[in-house]
Ligand binder design. Structure first.
Ligand code: M6R
Length: 613
């Protein structure tokens, strides 16, 4: 998705802007550009393709400006091209703008501006922004220092949709103005310089002190101070947040790819997720939750709503929450939930999971639940992200920055956090015997070491991946929580290796999919539940009889000779097994993609943070 960077300081802006854009590359984009304020004019450099292609434009090296804005674009309106790339300028070249999000009423605004003598060069929704700012600026007869700000605010008042915007003007060569609505934007504070970005990691190497903006805040950013305003342009105070991530945590740390690094970080990230939330022989606690027995007993159901991998974390923990709390749990796809009329009310607890906290469908689904009177709880990895500001309660996964598009450590942290939440609620409700909860807590504490055991020897997984990397189709099967993890294994394979795959409940095979099994079709099965083991093994045998190559991930005592390859993982309670059994599946997809020579961190057509529908 699009990314924004900005700089106001004393150094040459363009190299700093390019550095920031490179750090945003993982989000996915198709073109890049930047504007700097030179002596009384704005220079605008943009190109289709990679950020580094900007270095091929000779004018770049001539830029001396110490204030600038920059952008990576992921096309929504108009194809990837130089003219559609950001920054966009108004006709008089007084204002330059970069924008994330979508201006939904851009067509009406374009007609209005055209009728007022403005021309448009691009097909983008964004180009209306600098022109509308110019329109309001030229109508304002008050020439005070806030004229620029007023023009930006007047333009924003006309927009429908979502936006994070940076604006510079040749008439105000000492500042950048920024604002946001439903799209992320942060300001990093430095010594006589300030940085702006849509994503914290892009500017983490410059500072750890950030201002997080709320919707409809406006900020004038100078090199040595900032002015914050609310939507009515009244001055407001904001407090600085210190972000603990260090810059190297956001780099590859010697691993070949971010995805591999993040897979290997899981023992550490799970320890962070657990934190001090559970203790043996003491009630679990979440600093930011104050659920009472009365409230939890009044619930008619829990709805877990999310997209992609985050939604799979919900499926993986539904059984645990139902089992421990005796409350029905429904897991919903956010993009479906938001467009139907779900039966939810003040007796429903609606939980929204989002690594980025910026997924448009998940945020819209949360707003819907709020409007129907539900209490909403956000689970996110990004402090201060949009979803956390909308929800009644937030709990953080604390998995650390996840850069690779394919989610790995965020998934296991979400599974563990939801499991702890289930334990916490069961303790308040008194619905599960305390020794059962204590056993589960012990299992959660042991997870990091068990993960490390799996990560210590990956040679078998690598070899099997090598064997099957040329396949066109694969199946992932399992029962219960093993089915839940099969869905995630299948998604991982699709997104980074481009191999078609399906995740199926093993018991469903006979109802259709088994017709697709032929000689050498690869079937990956997960077997971690003792009670379902025999049935699961029978299902694998059924496909093996029809010629399938079988790859089994298990912690059960099974006869290995019956399968082509078996990965053994440590024993773990099947209620939380997805947090462990997913690791061989993540590695399997990773090594297949590497074997095919693909870019695992930036798979085609995908973006890390899906901030538009
Ligand atoms: O940031 P979110 O957790 O809301 O993202 C949701 C999905 O877009 C995300 O999990 C996606 O499915 C991943 N690329 C999967 O690896």
């Amino acid at each position: 998705m699009c990314g924004i960077v900005g700089y106001v300081g004393q150094k040459k802006a363009s190299p700093i802007l390019i550095d920031g854009l490179l750090k945003l590359e993982y989000r996915g984009y198709d073109s890049a550009g930047l504007s700097t304020i030179e002596t009384n004019s704005i220079s605008n450099i943009k190109n289709k393709g990679r950020v580094n292609s900007l270095n091929d434009i000779p004018e770049l090296s001539t830029l001396e400006g110490t204030i600038g804005i920059a952008h990576t674009r992921w096309a929504t309106h108009g194809k990837p091209s130089v003219v559609n790339s950001h920054p966009h300028m108004d006709n008089s070249k007084t204002f330059s703008v970069v924008h994330n999000g979508i201006i939904e009423n851009y067509n009406d605004l374009r007609i209005f501006l055209t009728n007022n003598g403005y021309n448009f060069l691009s097909q983008t929704d964004t180009e209306v922004i600098p022109n509308l700012i110019h329109y309001y600026f030229s109508k304002d007869t008050n020439n005070d220092d806030k004229k620029f700000l007023r023009a930006v605010q007047s333009a924003c008042n006309d927009f429908k949709g979502s936006y994070a915007i940076e604006v510079i003007s040749s008439l105000y060569p000492d500042r950048v103005i920024v604002t946001r609505k439903d799209s992320p934007l942060v300001i990093g504070i430095g010594e006589n310089e300030n940085h702006i970005s849509s994503d914290i990691p892009a500017i983490l190497s410059y500072t750890k002190d950030f201002y997080l903006l709320d919707d409809n805040n406006y900020v004038e950013i100078y090199k040595d101070h900032l002015n914050f305003y609310n939507s009515n342009l009244e001055k407001i105070e904001k407090s600085i947040k210190n972000i603990e991530w260090d810059a190297t945590a956001a780099e590859k740390d010697g691993y070949e790819d971010y995805m591999l690094k993040e897979i290997y970080e899981q023992p550490k990230s799970i320890r962070e997720t657990i934190g001090s939330r559970i203790k043996l022989d003491a009630p679990s606690c979440f600093d930011d939750l104050n659920f009472t027995k009365e409230y939890l007993s009044s619930l008619n159901k829990i709805c877990i709503v999310a997209c992609g991998t985050a939604m799979h974390a919900g499926i993986a923990t539904k059984t645990l929450i139902e089992h421990l709390c005796n409350i029905p749990v429904e897991v919903e796809i956010a993009s479906e939930f938001r467009y139907r009329n779900p039966i939810i009310n003040e007796k429903t607890l609606a939980i929204y999971i989002s690594q980025s906290g910026e997924t448009a469908d998940t945020i819209a689904a949360l707003k819907l639940a709020k409007s129907k009177g539900c209490k909403t709880l956000a689970i996110s990895n990004v402090i201060g992200s949009s979803i956390t500001r909308e929800a009644d309660y937030t709990i953080y996964t604390h998995a650390g920055p996840e850069i690779a598009v394919a989610s790995t450590k965020a998934y296991t942290s979400q599974v563990v956090l939801l499991s702890i939440l289930g334990i916490y609620m069961a303790e308040i409700l008194g619905t599960t015997k305390s020794y059962v909860l204590e056993d589960l807590k012990k299992e959660i504490f042991e997870l990091p070491n068990k993960m490390q055991t799996v990560l210590n020897d990956v040679s078998g997984i690598k070899n099997f991946a090598k064997l099957v990397h040329k396949e066109k189709d694969m199946f992932f099967i399992g029962r219960g929580t093993d089915y839940a993890v099969s869905l995630e294994g299948s998604l991982k394979l699709k997104e980074i290796s481009y191999i078609h795959s399906e995740g199926y409940a093993s018991g469903e095979l006979k109802h259709g999919p088994i017709a697709l099994i032929e000689d050498n079709t690869t079937v990956v099965s997960v077997i971690t539940n003792e009670d379902l083991m025999e049935k699961s093994i029978s299902n694998v045998q059924e496909v093996a009889t029809r010629g399938a190559k079988t790859f089994v991930v298990t912690n059960q005592n099974i006869d290995k000779s019956r399968f082509d390859y078996v990965v053994e993982i440590p024993p773990v309670n099947s209620l939380i097994s997805p947090a462990l059994s997913v690791i061989p599946l993540q590695l399997f997809s990773y090594y297949i993609a590497k074997e095919k020579g693909l870019d695992v961190d930036k798979p085609r057509n995908l973006a890390k943070s899906v901030t538009v529908e």
